[in-house]
Design a protein around this ligand. Structure first.
Ligand code: ADP
Ligand code: MG
Length: 362
């Protein structure tokens, strides 16, 4: 997004508590017009609550939400604009389309409610059904559609009155894996072609990475990091972010220093040299984290080095196209993908070269 881009949605210090649970805890972010922005985090971290607060289905304990510069919620100014007046589209995981209406009627209805004229309704409904790939199915009822088609219909119905903002809460989680990938591509195309602003909620990191311009990683009601997918993956601000976004292999050890070189001492009298600027004091308990793609495997006991770790193959499984290898090294057990050309056997000794590591306090 360009720096000059218009901020469409601004969320400031939003809080929502349920009893003793801080469902949404001091959440702030902004979304630019035309942006695909995701809230990513594990189940229960507060994504849906945040979305319901944006939609106006829920009132925050404190904080402020602005839409196109206008305050729609503010505890301080006692403002609460109702859901209907916010002009926001919504699609939930289990968003039921109206079963007694045809495909066409489902899409036309929101416009009838808004008192559009008949020819305009027809034109707009046809256009939107084309966008979501349902042309030709106008007279079917939802029961005569596949799961994916029903979800596209829900999407079409939420798009038809051209909302400023579209909120999607895990819209693909009820469709099977193959269809999910296809719908993901379609959704991205659709967003690009109509340029609508989307706030998307998911617990699936690859989905968030593939779709979003930027994403916010949430944990226990809080946002831990906001950034582009590459930023969040390559420069994680916290251990939680690094371990939630993408695969991560970790080793537990102690930080030591010898002749101004810092090492992590791992179980089995092994030490890995680290050059990390994080201000962690010597002698602390630490976690050494490595992405699988930053590990190079050599068979046998390779030359010892400051970045090398001996390991042992625990198990090998063929999963089609490549092997999955369970490996034990320095007190950790983890799985690495190996190309079919590398033949490893159970019990075999290997050497792991850690090309890039991150250090976290424990
Ligand atoms: P997510 O969508 O990320 O899975 P939610 O926003 O649904 O998370 O929930 C966040 C936390 O708030 C959870 O601990 C959940 O149990 C709690 N919570 C959500 N809605 C309610 C509610 N209506 N009453 C009580 N607790 C709730
Ligand atoms: Mg949820």
């Amino acid at each position: 997004m360009k720096a000059s881009a218009e901020v469409l949605l601004r969320v400031k210090r939003l809080c929502r508590r349920y009893g003793a649970v801080d469902a949404v805890d001091d959440v702030s972010f902004e979304v630019f017009r035309g942006e695909f922005f995701s809230l990513l985090g594990p189940s229960g971290c507060g994504k849906s609550t945040t979305l319901r607060l944006l939609a106006g289905l829920e009132e925050p304990d404190s904080g402020e939400i602005r839409l196109k510069g206008e305050v729609v919620v503010s505890d301080r100014d006692r403002i609460f604009v109702s859901a209907e007046e916010r002009h926001i589209g919504l699609v939930f995981q289990s968003y039921a389309v109206w079963p007694h209406m045809t495909v066409f009627q489902n899409v036309a209805y929101p416009l009838e409610v808004r008192r559009w004229k008949r020819p305009e309704i027809r034109r707009k409904a046809e256009q939107v059904l084309g966008l979501v790939g349902l042309t030709g199915l106008e007279n079917r009822r939802p029961a005569e559609l596949s799961g994916g088609q029903q979800q596209r219909l829900a999407l079409g119905r939420s798009l038809v009155y051209e909302p400023d903002l579209l909120l999607l809460d895990e819209p693909l989680s009820n469709v099977d894996a193959k269809l999910r990938e296809q719908l993901r591509i379609e959704l991205k195309k659709l967003q690009q072609s109509i340029g609508i602003t989307i706030v998307y909620v998911t617990h699936d990191q690859s989905e968030a990475m593939a779709l979003s311009h930027r994403l916010a990683v949430m944990n226990r009601g809080r946002i831990e990091q906001i950034g582009r997918p590459e930023e969040v993956y390559k420069a994680p601000g916290t251990f939680f972010v690094q371990s939630f976004v993408g695969r991560l292999i970790t080793f537990e050890g102690r930080l030591a220093e010898r002749s101004s070189q810092r090492f992590v001492e791992l179980p089995g009298e092994r030490a890995i040299a680290v050059r990390d600027s994080r201000a962690i004091p010597n002698d602390s308990h630490v976690c050494l984290a490595v992405r699988p793609e930053d590990i190079e495997i050599e068979t046998g006991e390779g030359a010892p080095g400051a970045q090398a770790l001996p390991g042992k193959v625990q198990d090998v499984a063929y999963v089609g196209g490549h092997y999955e290898c369970a490996i034990e090294a320095a007190g950790s057990e983890f799985v690495l993908d190996m190309p079919a050309s590398v033949r490893l056997a159970r019990g075999q000794a290997v050497t792991l070269h850690l090309k890039e590591t991150t250090l976290w306090p424990r």
